[in-house]
Structures are given as structure tokens and as C-alpha cells.
Design a protein around this ligand. Structure first.
Ligand code: PMP
Ligand code: GLU
Length: 396
């Protein structure tokens, strides 16, 4: 008999969709995959070489649980350079991907009955990680007309005696919104006033467009830094999804608790991936700009073309690599006598009848939308758009 806990959660819908698309592809079906959020670029050569060197030198044993000192130092340098934030080694922990960092935080902070505020649309793993730790996700709907940004007064109106933390994600997966300074200041003020923790997932920090720049909420004041846990990682910026390196910066007591939890669960992140991560953070950074320029081209093309399809409208994302179009006008239309009533129906229709994989908005907390990752080639995007356009025109 499985635990009650295991019955309360579902597999990650983004990974599930990716697995389904890959299985269809393996069976010979020509799928266009807008499903998973994973750069289609290869990990840069200098990073791979650092890992190969580590293997050759026999750096293949256990390391300190929370990461090797050179990696912690490279992360500390990154925070200083990019965010003007000062941390010490005992305020940093390296984990097996940012998802693992977030999970360690959930284990270290949330208790039975604690409420954790999650603005929706949200990234798929936030609610399930809260639930896995016996806490309660409290969703606050954000709206397209506000650029999907949480308004500070709305945030405050959802705080109760049980509220422990808020999870922020800017640039956001799935909406692509990049929070502005004024909104972050408003959120910080309320978090301080109500003594809440802020978990700030900044994994898309380097991927911003149209002159938008990422601002870390922790950089706004000493007070907010004290109650913020910054989560970041190498998966997106350095095309290193499979290497599994993420990290957290926060106060010593929480980092120590997370390190204890990690020491009893996974131990250290892979030794050779840590060496590769040092090279990623300290080596040449031009790869990011090359990748970003390509993402930017795809973003503009995808968003323009989606908006040209009758029944679909899409805000222009300013960060990450997702488009999050509103498809609610298509609900109520029919295909072969079946009604499309939800984002899930629509995603299944596109997958089965148009060979296009994407993720239903309901997985991110808003059924009016679907999510397309544009971390795929422009040719694929063109092909996928042709199929979507044609499939939409077939709906009656
Ligand atoms: N946060 C967000 C918002 C993400 O989109 C992802 C993507 N997987 C992660 C965290 C986790 O990334 P990883 O575990 O690969 O570091
Ligand atoms: N973050 C990516 C996504 O949203 C990867 C999938 C996952 O980790 O769930 O598609």
C-alpha cells in the first residue's frame, strides 16, 4: 500500500508531455515538440571539456554535500556581478537541479498546515512540492491585463496567520513576464510587514528581451534579503538540463537545514557536473548572448504568427522561452462531433490530429491558455505553426 502522500501528487505534466511526444516520435510519427522547456542548444564545448578533465583526473568521488568550494565561490561571484548581492559560502548550497533546490527549501521550511502563496499561472512543480510537505498551496490568480504580475495589494489580501511564504518566479515560466522594480518593491514591503519568506526562482534570469533586465527581489534591501531564498541553476542559461546543477542562496540557518536534508537524501550533486558548473560560471559567457539572440528571433516570429490565427491571442513575453497564448475563444468549437471544452482537450487535439506537442494551460493553473516552448528551431516553429493554423481552421 502506497503512502497517503504519494497519492496526493501527479507526475510533472511538462515532463509527461515531453515523454509522450518523444514516444510518438520514436514510433515514427513526425512530431513538432513545443512541449518541454529545454534549450535545443548543445552544452558549450569548454564546459564539456571541464567535465572530461574532471573524469580523467579522477574527480569522481563524494564531494562536500552542499557543493565544492570553487563552485560556491563561482556562485558567490555571480551574485556579486549580476545582482550586487553579497553571500558567504555558508549561505550557499548546490543541489541536483533547481527543482531539487526548491524541494529542499520545501522540506526545510514548510510544516503541516502552513500556507504557501503561489501566484498563478505557476510552474508545475510548485504546488506539488508544497503538498508533498503537508503544507497548503494558496493560489492567487494573476491576469493578462496586468501582464500576469501579482499586485502587492492582492498579495496582502490573501495573507492569513498561517501564511509562511510566497513563491515568485521572474522571468516566469509559463507566462514569460519579467517583474518590474516597483512591483517587486511592493511585494517585498508586504513580505517584510507580515514576516514571510520569499522563495525567488530566478532560473531564467539571463533570458530577457526588449531591454527588460532581471531584478532579484533580494537586492532591494537588507531586510528583504534576510527573508529571501534565491533559487537559480545552470539548466537554462548554459543548456545544461541533464547535468543537474541548481543552487540556493539564503540565510545560514536555512542553508544549514537544507544541507542536512540533502546529506540524508541525495548527498552531493555529481562531482564532475560541479566541475563543469565552475567552468560554466567562470569561463567565457558569449554562448548566452548567441542563444538569446536566436531565442529572440523565434519569440518575435512565434508571437506574431500566433496572433495572426483567428481565435488565438498572445502577449509578448519579455523573458524565458515560452509563449502563453489565450485559446479560450476556441473552446466550444467541434472536431469530428467532439467538443473542445478545455486547454487539455485542445492540447490533445493538436497532438493527435496535428502532431504538435504543447502543454495545456490548466497544468499551470489557467485553463484559458496553452504553453509553447520556443526552445526549438525556427524551421520546427514554422512547421508547427502551419499545423496549428490548419488544425484550428478545421474546427467547426
Ligand atoms: N524553475 C522553473 C521555473 C523551471 O522552469 C525549471 C525547469 N525545469 C526549474 C525550476 C528546474 O530546473 P532544473 O531542475 O533543471 O534546474
Ligand atoms: N522546466 C521545464 C518545463 O517547464 C522542464 C520540465 C520540468 O522540469 O518539469 O518544461
Amino acid at each position: 500500500m502506497l503512502s497517503e502522500r504519494a497519492g496526493k501528487i501527479k507526475p510533472s505534466p511538462t515532463l509527461a508531455m515531453d515523454a509522450k511526444a518523444k514516444a510518438m516520435k520514436a514510433s515514427g510519427i513526425d512530431i513538432v515538440n513545443f512541449g518541454v522547456g529545454e534549450p535545443d542548444f548543445d552544452t558549450p564545448e569548454n564546459i564539456k571539456e571541464a567535465a572530461i578533465k574532471a573524469i580523467r583526473e579522477g574527480f569522481t568521488k563524494y564531494t562536500p554535500v552542499g557543493g565544492i568550494d570553487p563552485l560556491k565561490d563561482a556562485i558567490i561571484e555571480k551574485f556579486k556581478k549580476d545582482n550586487n548581492l553579497d553571500y558567504t559560502r555558508d549561505e550557499i548550497i548546490v543541489s541536483c537541479g533547481a527543482k531539487h533546490s526548491l524541494y529542499n527549501i520545501a522540506q526545510a521550511l514548510y510544516g503541516k498546515g502552513d500556507e504557501v502563496i503561489i501566484p498563478s499561472p505557476y510552474w508545475v512543480s510548485y504546488p506539488d512540492q508544497v503538498i508533498l510537505n503537508d503544507a497548503i498551496p494558496v493560489f492567487i490568480k494573476t491576469n493578462e491585463k496586468d501582464n500576469f504580475m501579482l499586485k502587492p495589494d492582492v498579495f496582502e489580501s490573501h495573507i492569513t496567520k498561517k501564511t509562511k511564504a510566497i513563491i515568485l518566479n521572474s522571468p516566469s515560466n509559463p507566462t514569460g513576464v519579467t517583474y518590474d522594480k516597483k512591483t517587486l518593491e511592493g511585494i517585498a514591503e508586504i513580505a517584510i510587514k507580515h514576516n514571510l519568506y520569499v522563495i525567488s526562482d530566478e532560473i531564467y534570469e539571463k533570458l530577457t528581451y526588449d531591454g527588460f533586465t532581471h531584478i532579484s527581489i533580494a537586492s532591494l534591501s537588507k531586510d528583504i534579503k534576510q527573508r529571501t531564498l534565491i533559487v537559480n541553476g545552470l539548466s537554462k542559461s548554459y543548456a545544461m538540463t541533464g547535468w543537474r546543477i541548481g543552487y540556493t542562496a539564503g540565510t545560514k540557518d536555512i542553508i544549514k537545514a537544507m544541507t542536512n536534508i540533502q546529506s540524508q537524501s541525495t548527498s552531493n550533486p555529481t562531482s564532475i557536473a560541479q566541475k563543469a558548473a565552475v567552468e560554466a560560471l567562470r569561463g567565457p559567457q558569449d554562448f548566452i548572448n548567441t542563444m538569446l539572440a536566436e531565442f529572440d528571433k523565434r519569440r518575435k516570429f512565434l508571437v506574431t504568427e500566433l496572433n495572426a490565427i483567428s481565435g488565438i491571442s498572445c502577449l509578448t513575453p519579455t523573458g524565458a522561452f515560452y509563449a502563453f497564448p489565450n485559446t479560450s475563444k476556441l473552446y466550444g468549437r467541434h472536431t469530428d462531433g467532439n467538443k473542445i471544452s478545455s486547454s487539455s482537450d485542445l492540447a490533445i487535439y493538436f497532438l493527435e490530429k496535428a502532431n504538435v506537442a504543447l502543454v495545456h494551460g490548466e497544468a499551470f493553473g489557467n485553463d484559458d491558455y496553452i504553453r509553447l516552448s520556443y526552445a526549438t528551431s525556427i524551421d520546427n516553429i514554422k512547421k508547427g505553426l502551419d499545423r496549428i493554423r490548419e488544425a484550428v481552421s478545421r474546427l467547426t
